[in-house]
Design a protein around this ligand. Structure first.
Ligand SMILES: [Fe+2]
Ligand SMILES: [Fe+2]
Length: 213
């Protein structure tokens, strides 16, 4: 395969295209949706709204992951780290697509604030990336662990009958754990305090807003 050397302008255009696809487009998953074949059970209105709120949070989480990894990749010094980050972002596209499909099935929609979540996360990713590649990967590990933790909460909190959302979240949880392990192996640094706490606070704010808006 021939690899073309990307100019800074190419990268900027790539990033802009990815941002638009993430926020406005219909992301295409490479793998099949884990909910396929899982029967849909009619949910009561309040259960359906609760499940949609949780799946909207998961969708925003995936929008943020895409943006973080692209922001980090934009400033990564080492080509290996950059490739690692863009590969991680690609795998998150499956999650993004599956969460969107489930939101629609639940008669709901993604967060109206997705452009804001994307822009904020991209900026945070680029700032983290400027500290160096060890930090960059450390940030991936922390992000993945936090996503895994909120998926666990959602698996407990989803209505018992919502097996389709649960099937998607179970697969995502396995993927996120694999992403964290891969970043650790690639040389992630352990982030110093208070960075993990600040990230957890930002994610709490995101979750409480995205559940509704
Ligand atoms: Fe993900
Ligand atoms: Fe991930």
């Amino acid at each position: 395969m021939i690899h073309r050397v990307l100019t800074p302008l190419d990268r900027l255009l790539d990033d802009a295209q990815r941002a638009l696809e993430t926020v406005l487009g219909a992301p295409a998953a490479e793998r099949g949706n884990p909910a396929v074949g899982v029967p849909e059970v009619a949910l009561a209105d309040d259960e359906r709204r609760h499940a949609a709120g949780l799946m909207r949070i998961n969708h925003v989480g995936e929008v943020c992951a895409q943006a973080l990894y692209c922001g980090q990749a934009a400033v990564a010094r080492d080509e290996g780290t950059r490739t690692h980050l863009l590969h991680a972002a690609q795998e998150e596209t499956d999650h993004l697509a599956w969460c969107l499909e489930r939101l629609r099935e639940l008669d709901s929609r993604p967060s109206l604030l997705n452009p804001l979540w994307y822009a904020g996360s991209y900026a945070i990713g680029a700032l983290a990336g400027l500290r160096g590649d060890g930090w960059n990967l450390g940030f991936v590990v922390e992000t993945e662990h936090q996503v895994e933790a909120h998926i666990d909460e959602h698996l407990q909190s989803l209505p018992a009958a919502d097996a389709r959302s649960r099937a998607i979240l179970r697969t995502m949880k396995i993927d996120e754990a694999r992403h964290a392990a891969a970043a650790e192996q690639a040389g992630a640094r352990i982030l110093p305090p208070p960075v993990p706490t600040l990230m957890a606070l930002a994610s709490m704010v995101m979750k409480s807003i995205a559940y509704r808006i």
